[in-house]
Design a protein around this ligand. Structure first.
Ligand SMILES: [Zn+2]
Length: 342
């Protein structure tokens, strides 16, 4: 793989890395607050705690409503949307609801919710009608969902997750039909290859107005892992005007080489049109709930919390122009918002 970048003199230096605004497409703060009743977002026990977001000059943070495939999934989904709503009131000095007029020069952190697994609107047993009722409840609590990921690692009623083989199921088709024209992207970060294929095929054939993104995914050509995007799916996301958020988890970068993060970013910029799509989707979650010795540490030290974005941008200065760096840091997400939100 040959990486080619042309650097112009004026391309360098214009972008001030140390104070660049940052937008991140994925963290799991809400489920951390749901599962740990005494926890606060003003913590450094969690990589996307507010102190780290401020240090990293994060100006927009997407907060996922994460649910497993379990009986309580839809209750947990709605409960996280209530936590989100409460955060906006309780921490109004720090955060605000980001909307189509988002401005990265705002002093506070704009937040937007998303759904990480549609199990959060319907467990495996409920009638499908409940999915849409719960979705309406969640949207009324969070105002806007940036994206919906249909699955997580396993299979559910909507389709197959990363470690599953099922494609798009009838309930998944119904959910895509619902999303048509509602300014909610479909997220391919946690799909099986079959589900990614079927979502791309179904939305194309039915002409649905549903943007396609991968909120927190790297590239399989750089590190072969089922959580990472195939070359064809990455290119299709780019071609449809979507976003690809680079994931900071060691397991999805390269178990041993922290610099692989730079290789994933550069690979994304080398895709045809990729410089319009690349973003951050660091995927900070509370690792204290997931004791897995094989994955410890979950992040390399240079990527372990939201204060680290500028260090990463600095490392990329050798390979990317200042324009490309500002796209990665925030401008591509801003472009996406201008194109897709009203
Ligand atoms: Zn995830």
């Amino acid at each position: 793989m040959v990486l080619t970048f042309r650097l112009t003199e004026e391309g360098r230096g214009a972008f001030n890395m140390s104070n660049a605004p940052v937008i991140d497409l994925h963290c799991d703060l809400l489920v951390y607050l749901l599962m740990n009743k005494n926890a606060s977002p003003e913590t450094k026990a969690f990589g996307a705690g507010f102190p780290f977001l401020k240090e990293g000059n994060v100006k927009m943070q997407v907060m996922a409503i994460y649910t497993a495939v379990e009986e309580a999934s839809s209750r947990n989904g709605v409960a996280q949307s209530e936590i989100y709503k409460r955060l906006l009131t309780d921490y109004s000095a720090d955060i605000y609801q980001a909307d189509a007029q988002f401005d990265s020069s705002n002093d506070r952190i704009g937040i937007v919710a998303s759904l990480e697994s549609a199990s959060g609107i319907c467990n495996e047993e409920e009638p499908l009608d409940n999915a849409f009722k719960n979705l309406e409840t969640i949207i009324s609590n969070v105002e806007r969902l940036f994206y919906i990921s249909f699955t997580h690692h396993t299979e559910n009623r909507f389709g197959g997750g990363n470690y599953a083989t099922a494609g798009l199921k009838p309930d998944g088709e119904a959910l895509l039909d619902y999303m048509d024209g509602r300014e909610i992207a479909v997220d391919l970060s946690h799909t099986s290859d079959a589900l990614a294929h079927d979502i791309l095929d179904y939305t194309y054939k039915k002409g649905l107005k549903v943007p396609v993104i991968a909120s927190h995914s790297n590239f399989r050509e750089v590190w072969d892992h089922p959580r990472n995007l195939t070359k064809a799916n990455a290119q299709e996301i780019v071609d449809r005007g979507g976003l690809i958020g680079i994931n900071f988890l060691r397991a999805f970068l390269n178990n041993d080489d922290a610099n692989a993060l730079l290789d994933h970013v550069k690979y994304g910029f080398d895709l045809k049109g990729g410089e319009q799509a690349m973003a951050f989707g660091a995927d900070f979650f509370y690792t204290g709930d997931f004791p897995d010795p094989a994955r410890d540490p979950y992040y390399f030290p240079e990527h372990e919390d939201a204060s680290k974005y500028h260090g990463i941008l600095n490392q990329l200065e050798q390979d990317l122009t200042s324009d490309q760096l500002s796209r990665l840091a925030h401008k591509n997400v801003e472009r996406f918002i201008v194109s897709n939100w009203n």
